[in-house]
Structure formats: C-alpha cells, structure tokens
Design a binder for this molecule. Structure first.
Ligand SMILES: NC(=O)c1ccc[n+]([C@@H]2O[C@H](COP(=O)([O-])OP(=O)(O)OC[C@H]3O[C@@H](n4cnc5c(N)ncnc54)[C@H](OP(=O)(O)O)[C@@H]3O)[C@@H](O)[C@H]2O)c1
Length: 326
C-alpha cells in the first residue's frame, strides 16, 4: 500500500503513547482514522489533533478485552467509510514484579488485554479484509516477544503469544497475497506505558533507557503499512535481543535476568500499584512521559550492540565447551 491517502485505518490504544503518535503520523499521511481506547476524553483529544492535521478521525470508546465492543469498533469503521484498509492492534499493558507476588486477576487481565485484545481485533477485521481480498493487519509485539522479560513474565507470555499468532495467521493467509500480517518489535520507548502498568516489585520502575521516541515507532508503523513485512525491529536493542536469544539463548536469559535483578535491587523502594491494567487512570494522556530519548542510531551504538553480541556468543560457546568437559 504505497499511499495512505484516504486509507481507512483503525488504531487501538490511541489515547496515549505509541497509539496516539501513530494516529498523528497516519493523519499526516492522509489516512481516515477510527481510533479506540477506554478513556473517552483523551481519545477524543487525539481525534481532534488528527482533524487539525486535515484528516478525518472518529473516536470509538472500546475495551479490547470485550469481543463485542471490538466487533462494534469494526462496524463503526464500516458504517463511516464502507471498508477497512489497515488495522493496528496496538493496545498493551503489563505487570512488573515477581510473578507470584502480583494478583492473578491482574496477570489474567494482561493476557486478556494484550493477547485476547489482538485476537479480538483480528477476528473483527479479517472478514472485511477477506471480502476485499486486501488489507494490512499490524500487531504490536515488543522486543519482549523475541527474548524473555524477567519480572514481567505475563507480559512476555502475551507478547510471545502475539508473535506466534501473527506468524501462524500469515501462513493461513498465503492464498491472499494482498492481505498482510505484520509484527512490530520496539525496544524501550518513552511513553506513559510504564506508569500505566501495574507494579508489584516493591521498587520504583525507572529504567535508565535508552528510550526511543513514540514518534519514531509511529513512523516505522507507517512505513510498514506502505511496505508490509512480517516482523520489524525498532531500535538496536531489539535487533540485538533477537539475534542474541537466537544464537545464545541460555546466556541471554541469564544475562537479562541478572540485569533485571540488579536494576530492581538498586531501585528505590516504592509502594505497590495496580496501574491502569484493570481500570483506567486519568494520568498519562500524551505521547511521551518526558524521559531523555535516544535519537542516535549511528555506528557507535551499533558497535556497542554488536560487541555485546560478540561477547554473548563467545561466552555461550565457552559455556558449551566447559559443560561438555564437565
Ligand atoms: N513503551 C515501551 O517501552 C514499549 C516497548 C515495546 C512495545 N510496547 C507496546 O506498545 C503498545 C503501546 O504501549 P505504550 O507504551 O504506548 O503505552 P500507553 O501509553 O499506556 O498506551 C496503551 C494504550 O492502550 C490503551 N488501553 C489499555 N488497556 C486497554 C483496553 N483494555 N482496551 C482498550 N484500550 C486499552 C490505553 O488507553 P486507555 O487507558 O484509555 O484504554 C492506551 O491508549 C503496547 O502494546 C506495548 O506493549 C511498548
């Protein structure tokens, strides 16, 4: 889909963060937007900002855990525009902390939101894509869909699930060359998302970064719809995580675990919070949270990532040799 002019585009999770940045990016590209999230006012604000950019945009309050509401979202797009060209399943949330510490209800809600929300979206839009024999479905994954995320195990489970779902669906649709299923795998992005997640770690969650901007992720998503690909990494840490876990899974798992344990130990104590996982919170309606972001995508960072990768592979090979000797 080289041009997005008038492309009817549904984006879930458009009241903040990457979803809001994506709505604005698609608006600039001339798309007609149908935007969804639970909070009416910030969602309407995103729609207003899209209209100020000259795009058509409507807001449809939707909880993606509710399959009937997601069907109604698709229906609203069809009633407004007669077709759907692009559907971006962007909604996502998480629970941070040891898995056994957080309420099981919240963990279930993460799966219902991230994984079931994506399944609901696909189920609602695919009949329209199949009828037209064309369309682009973009599923938000994360680099946490390529390598483990200790202390956010349910988040990882949901993102691995979305990745497996997308890869499988792609094969079911091989008879439809103009229907595409794409996955986006960003590294850390500065959004209100971290504050919207639940925190049962007992520590303040304030990772040092580096953070991408949501606007950068949004541009990647626009590019992905123009030139659909199965999976796209956003940011070098995502590429490094993919390669490292592919080549040296044991060491990557241990390395990520050690880094997360150390980061939590160093963090200041904080109270537990359920965030916006089950119920909305009024805070966090912008695209960013205000952390210093990472604009550098030059060779020095690439060198660091590749150097780290080299170390991982070397250590994995060494560990293999030592294990065999033992
Ligand atoms: N930030 C990162 O570092 C990062 C990295 C990789 C991937 N991602 C992924 O990017 C996506 C967007 O996250 P973000 O960082 O932009 O966080 P965010 O600002 O919290 O955005 C999440 C959006 O989803 C909506 N939402 C949450 N639960 C919902 C539900 N049940 N039904 C409908 N809408 C719901 C939220 O709005 P309401 O509260 O108004 O519903 C909000 O608009 C997520 O899938 C996340 O996993 C984020």
């Amino acid at each position: 889909m080289p041009s997005l002019q008038n492309a009817v585009t549904v984006i879930t999770g458009a009241s903040s963060g990457i979803g809001k940045a994506s709505a604005l990016a698609f608006a600039r590209a001339g798309a007609r937007l149908v935007l969804a999230a639970r909070r009416a006012e910030p969602l309407e604000e995103t729609a207003r900002e899209c209209r100020q950019l000259g795009a058509e945009a409507i807001a449809v309050v939707t909880d993606v855990t509710d399959e009937v509401a997601v069907q109604a979202l698709a229906q609203a797009a069809i009633e407004a525009h007669g077709r759907i060209d692009v559907w971006f399943n962007n909604v996502g949330t998480g629970v941070v902390g040891p898995y056994w510490e957080a309420l099981l209800d919240l963990q279930k809600r993460v799966v219902e939101t991230n994984l079931m929300g994506t399944l609901h979206g696909a189920h609602a839009v695919l009949p329209h894509f199949l009828r037209e024999r064309r369309g682009v479905l973009v599923n938000m994954v994360s680099m946490g869909g390529w390598s483990p995320t200790p202390f956010a195990a349910t988040y990882a489970a949901s993102k691995y699930g979305i990745r497996g779902f997308s890869a499988s669906l792609r094969q079911e649709l091989t008879g439809y060359p103009d229907i595409h299923v794409c996955g986006v795998f960003p590294a850390l992005v500065d959004t209100p998302g971290l504050a919207h997640g639940a925190n049962f770690s007992g520590r303040a969650i304030d990772p040092p970064g580096p953070f991408l901007t949501p606007e950068h992720v949004a541009e990647v998503v626009v590019g992905l719809v123009r030139r659909p690909r199965a999976e796209v990494a956003v940011g070098l840490p995502a590429t490094a995580a993919r390669i490292a876990y592919g080549i040296a899974p044991v060491l990557t798992e241990r390395g990520v675990g050690a880094a997360m344990r150390a980061a939590l130990r160093r963090a200041r104590p904080d109270t537990r919070s359920e965030g916006a996982v089950a119920r909305t919170v009024p805070t966090g309606t912008g695209t960013r949270s205000g952390k210093p972001v990472w604009h550098v995508r030059g060779p020095s960072l690439g060198g660091v990532a590749l150097g780290g990768l080299g170390l991982l592979v070397g250590a994995e090979l060494l560990a293999g040799v030592l294990t065999r000797r033992g």
